[in-house]
Write a protein that binds this ligand. Structure first.
Ligand SMILES: Nc1ncnc2c1ncn2[C@@H]1O[C@H](COP(=O)(O)OP(=O)(O)OP(=O)(O)O)[C@@H](O)[C@H]1O
Ligand SMILES: N[C@@H](CCO)C(=O)O
Length: 311
């Protein structure tokens, strides 16, 4: 079977991981998207063109994260002879800000592989999650990027698993994006190998509460977004983020570090509380932060075969 002539269009949402207490476990899909068109062509090799975020910065050959994830997935899906591939990426998810750009890039490549093989190889959701987690290293961004909504992700001896939940309609996410970046790798290097037992118990209680707050009882979001497992350890690498989170929380607003930072996430209860948070930051440190008032994405990654293609 030749894939040459097949073309797919992919769209993948941004994600915010951890949500305070749910380190490496909870993630939420957001209404900011990267788009990708992939075409299997006769000419050997991989070429990537990038518009928007990352243009002129990310690689344009097979080492590009979207391309390498696509190649990894095609191989895992049994394709030994990979055709030439032309990728056109249009990106809006900021890089290195805690909005799941690397997870979205990995998911883009994997669902593009699934789309290219549609009708010839069946790829189920478990396989998509496993491949994405193998590349990304942890499932809390890739699970909501794949399936939308609020994801609870965990790993078992046979691989990652996830449960998607719908979020209460008054949950109103605000992301405050700074100019500065922080790589997830650097942030993870600041985590201690061991944590006190009472801190683990603290986070277990808040994570359990957070599921209730996000799905049924948004008035509990402030109590439910406390964390002792990651934010304080990483604060030295993102002092402005730590200050903004502290300021918002002093005013009773449910702010946390988004993913590995340095963006701030406010899980506001209603549009009024979200505006209050944006105003507070604008008055105190407005020049440092770009506010994004976002919806929860409920679709997750989509892929469509562009008609007119041949197998
Ligand atoms: N669309 C993309 N195309 C190519 N490479 C990308 C793309 N998106 C992200 N990357 C790579 O991933 C890096 C950012 O990944 P990193 O894990 O550090 O941060 P993040 O995913 O934006 O944030 P977080 O994991 O905290 O949500 C970029 O610097 C770039 O190398
Ligand atoms: N759980 C991850 C999310 C960022 O990729 C972390 O905080 O390191």
């Amino acid at each position: 079977m030749s894939l040459v002539g097949r073309r797919v269009a992919v769209r993948v949402p941004a994600t915010t991981a951890n949500l305070g207490p749910g380190f490496d476990t909870l993630g939420l899909a957001l209404s900011v998207y990267d788009e990708l068109v992939v075409e299997a062509v006769d000419r050997p090799g991989v070429r990537v063109t990038v518009e928007g975020v990352g243009a002129g910065q990310v690689p344009t050959d097979e080492t590009n994260l979207v391309a390498s994830s696509l190649l990894y997935a095609l191989k895992a899906m049994g394709i030994d002879e990979v055709p030439g591939l032309d990728l056109r990426a249009r990106n809006t998810i900021p890089h290195g800000r805690g909005m799941g750009s690397s997870g979205a890039a990995v998911v883009s490549g994997i669902v593009a592989a699934k789309g290219l093989l549609e009708g010839t190889v069946d790829v189920d959701d478990e396989t998509l999650l496993r491949l994405a987690t193998e590349i990304e290293g942890h499932p809390d961004n890739v699970a909501p990027a794949l399936f939308g909504g609020l994801a609870i992700a965990w790993t078992t001896s046979s691989g990652p698993a996830q449960k998607t939940l719908l979020v209460h309609r008054s949950v109103s996410p605000l992301i405050l994006v700074p100019e500065t970046t922080l790589s997830t790798k650097v942030a993870r290097g600041l985590q201690p190998e061991h944590v006190p037992h009472e801190d683990a118990v603290f986070n277990v209680s808040r994570s359990a509460l957070l599921i209730a707050a996000l799905t049924q009882s948004p008035e509990l979001l402030f109590a439910a977004t406390e964390d002792k497992l990651h934010q304080s350890y990483r604060a030295s690498a993102m002092p402005e983020t730590a200050s903004a989170v502290a300021l918002l929380r002093e005013h009773g607003l449910p702010a946390v570090v988004s993913g590995a930072g340095p963006s701030v996430l406010v899980l506001a209860n209603g549009a009024g509380e979200r505006l209050e948070a944006a105003d507070l930051i604008a008055r105190h440190a407005g020049s440092h932060w770009a506010p994004l008032m976002l919806a929860v994405d409920v679709k997750g990654a989509t892929v469509e075969l562009i008609p007119g293609d041949t197998v």
